[in-house]
Design a protein around this ligand. Sequence first.
Ligand code: GLV
Ligand code: MN
Ligand code: MN
Length: 415
Amino acid sequence: MYPSLKINSARIWSNLMQLSKIGGTDDGGVNRQALTQKDFEAQELCIFWANQFGLSISHDPVGNLFFQLKGKDPSLPVVMSGSHLDTQPTGGKFDGAFGVLAGLEAVRAIIESGVSPRRGIEIVAWMNEEGSRFAPGMMGSETFAGLRTLESIKKMTDQYGVSVEEELKELEKRFSFSEKRLLGQEVFCFVEAHIEQGPILEREGFPVGVVTGIQGVRRMRVRVTGDEAHAGTTPYALRRDAIEEASRAIEKLYSIFSNDETTRFTVGRLILKPNVPSVVASEVLFSIDLRHPDSEKLAEAERRVRIVISDAMERCMHKVWCIAASDTVMFDERILQTIENVSKTLGIPSTRIFSGAGHDARQMAHCCPTGMIFVPSCDGISHNVNEYTSQDDIISGTTVLCNVLAQLANSLDLI
Ligand code: GLV
Ligand code: MN
Ligand code: MN
């Protein structure tokens, strides 16, 4: 076992608070959308910190940012850790940011311990995990893992028609000093630290969760099309009301899925046309986020969604399509055991936990042995300005990450 390493507790917390000011909102939340000026400022601040302890900086063509501590043996694949700097529009201070800053603090603590690891350690800030500006998210990690092509990513646009390609050119100009690297690479293993975003660790009193896997998800879109008509004069028999039919479908879907806690069904966005009080709606476009820990049951739930929507239509036309589909991923048992053993040696209680939320680690599990470390979320709140994790829990999670990375970076093989 590698000697126990200590992180700088005040530094990780003050860095998290400082980063949260970039895109900070008046209500205490953070709105930092991918590939915006705020995202670039957040990257610059991380680069400023990383320069203080001599990490090398690089970007790949999809805008992922990497910080590298060289290992004693450069021929060995690196150990990688990290998360994302973008947030939901009504996001908090910890989702994503914690994983990037915990990684940087871990590497800094390893350097300060005076011991050079055998393998390099790389901390990554993946581009556009959240997918709130360019949907679907996970762009950086999916492209790195070869699950999506750079060409398809570049064509995507935000709601104002600005493309990822245009913003990547901005990024390249702004970070012209950063070394350019190719997409993808051989990685020894990947460990992401993240807030739990649910209530379990807090309820059970564990500062650290050893994540066993991530449940599968379908991100769907539904378009219901009717006709615009006068709200005062058009008899019901002559209407094709898109809101009436879409809401009937949504109501039915909630009544089915809310009886089953293992399926998570959410309609988070409605876009209405013409969205005018005295006009019968001609179009409803809505999103569906559908999740289940069992990939077969998830596929079955998707089929059910399609049937229910089709059955709910009387006069309107409809179209249902999937913009992203991921099956459940289980993490590598050897990484799980490493995290558990390190926690035990450090005297930090841990428990196994399955992730309901999606993370970049899901994509990395396609490339290399992967695992995740969770810390508790106060009241289970996340994707919300009130997201909070105590300083003590941030310190415990970062300490475990630091020691896990040090141990993995000194291992020739996983056992
Ligand atoms: C990730 O942010 C998710 O929605 O699971
Ligand atoms: Mn996240
Ligand atoms: Mn998130």
